[in-house]
Design a protein around this ligand. Structure first.
Ligand SMILES: [Zn+2]
Length: 430
């Protein structure tokens, strides 16, 4: 109840800040309807509404009156039609807004179809929900990376065991987790704050949890606050500290949400951004920018240098081995699309859960418990898996195509910040 009260107070402030005259525009009417439809779907799908900090009475109304999915779908179709009949906007922010609302509503309709028993192939589903289709890779593509890794980690046993043995020296002891994460978060915040203007008062809290199908989660609460949860079910290796601090925090999810709230909700009065439907194109931008943000914050060799200097000592690990660890991780990163392949085969019904787990162990080098956790994630979130690696690649391509390559770190921050403050969609990254 305390949380609801705080959200309501936040919205009064933003409504007062909304530009005059915009409140009754046709686009604002569609935006309001979109928010209410997302909240209505949330009554049928507990994971759907990932964040909401708009008017508390809209949420209360969606709970009071659980609308049938067929009615929600019909309203969404009508809203898409209305948006289609509106004249094209002349300025880019309005044009992006228009496209955003239509695509998000189309994705909502696809999710409703899934909730009413409709089935999609893996690629059809990702196109409908996330506005993108992941490339396919043959087993030989992953085998090449495995062969490189095998040369790097010589020995007689299976590669997964050699990799596991190698990684034993890079586990963060549980009693040092908080210290290591706090150190990484402070550094990521410092680096982000040097390039992006963060809203005054932004902050988050970190909680350590167990028994989840994900390894970390950012719950955005509005008013520039997030709750970040870290799952400690499985061993946490040193690379997770910067990954998590950047991905969930700075310049990842926390910053993305805070900048959307500041720039689009408060400054422009775009109410649609007060709700975040998880199964929607917005997630590809969120996950992709959160993953690419690691490279933005730590260009080139800066990450290894920083970790050897600060994080390895904080974790009680040998800093002289930091470069060696990341040389191995860079090879393993080439296996990231193996997770998509396993999900595609599993969700298309070509292989069962046990085979998906075995495939992940063989081609993505996941330990059996981690592979099992990943298949649980596939059950819960399905084709969402593409948002991490394909999302990162699309965001990276977009930023580099606009002049933000590795040789231009300051410009890269500018373009990255601009993307975080916009309603740009995955198909708009091409
Ligand atoms: Zn994420």
């Amino acid at each position: 109840m305390r949380r609801a009260a705080r959200i309501a107070i936040g919205f009064v402030a933003l409504a007062a800040a909304a530009p005059r005259g915009q409140t009754n525009s046709p686009m604002n009417a569609i935006a309001e309807q979109y928010v209410k439809l997302v909240l209505a779907v949330g009554q049928h799908d507990a994971a759907y509404v990932d964040a909401y900090y708009g008017p508390a009475e809209w949420k209360a109304e969606s709970e009071r009156q659980k609308r049938p999915l067929a009615d929600i779908d019909a309203d969404a179709a009508r809203a898409i039609q209305q948006a289609g009949a509106m004249p094209a906007a002349s300025d880019e922010p309005s044009r992006l807004r228009h496209e955003y609302l239509v695509k998000q509503l189309q994705a909502l309709r696809a999710r409703v179809r899934m909730l009413t028993g409709g089935t999609f192939s893996f690629d059809e589903e990702s196109a409908a929900l996330y506005d993108a289709v992941a490339p396919t890779h043959p087993e030989s593509y992953f085998q090449a990376a495995l062969d490189d890794l095998s040369r790097r980690l010589p020995g007689n046993g299976p590669l997964i065991d050699r990799y596991d043995a190698f990684r034993q020296s890079f586990i963060i002891p549980k009693d040092r987790l908080a210290r290591v994460f706090d150190t990484a978060i402070a550094e990521c915040r410092r680096r982000t704050g040097a390039h992006l203007t963060l809203p005054a008062g932004e902050s988050f809290t970190v909680e350590y949890v167990t028994d989840k199908s994900w390894s970390g989660y950012n719950w955005y609460q509005g008013n520039y606050r997030s709750l970040i949860q870290v799952n400690t079910d499985l061993p946490i290796y040193i690379d997770r500290a910067v990954d998590l601090a950047c991905h969930e925090g700075y310049p990842g999810h926390h910053v993305y949400n805070a900048l959307l709230e500041k720039t689009l909700v408060r400054d422009r009065g775009w109410v649609e951004m007060t709700v975040y439907p998880l199964f929607s194109p917005q997630s590809l931008i969120a996950e992709g920018s959160a993953n690419y943000g690691i490279e933005v914050a730590f260009p080139g060799e800066e990450r290894v240098a920083y970790e050897a200097r600060a994080l390895f000592p904080a974790a009680g690990l040998n800093p002289a081995r930091a470069a060696e660890y990341y040389a191995v991780q860079n090879i393993v990163d080439r296996l990231s699309y193996a997770g998509n392949e396993a999900a595609r085969r599993y969700l298309n019904g070509q292989i069962d859960r046990a085979a998906a787990s075995a495939w992940l162990t063989r081609f993505a080098l996941m330990s059996p418990p981690r592979a099992d956790q990943r298949t649980r994630f596939m059950d819960d979130y399905r084709s969402y898996v593409i948002n991490y690696n394909l999302g990162k690649d699309l965001v990276k391509q977009y930023i580099e195509a606009h002049g933000g390559g590795a040789a231009q770190p300051a410009k890269r921050w500018d373009i990255f910040g601009e993307l975080l403050r916009s309603p740009r969609l995955p198909s708009g990254l091409k």
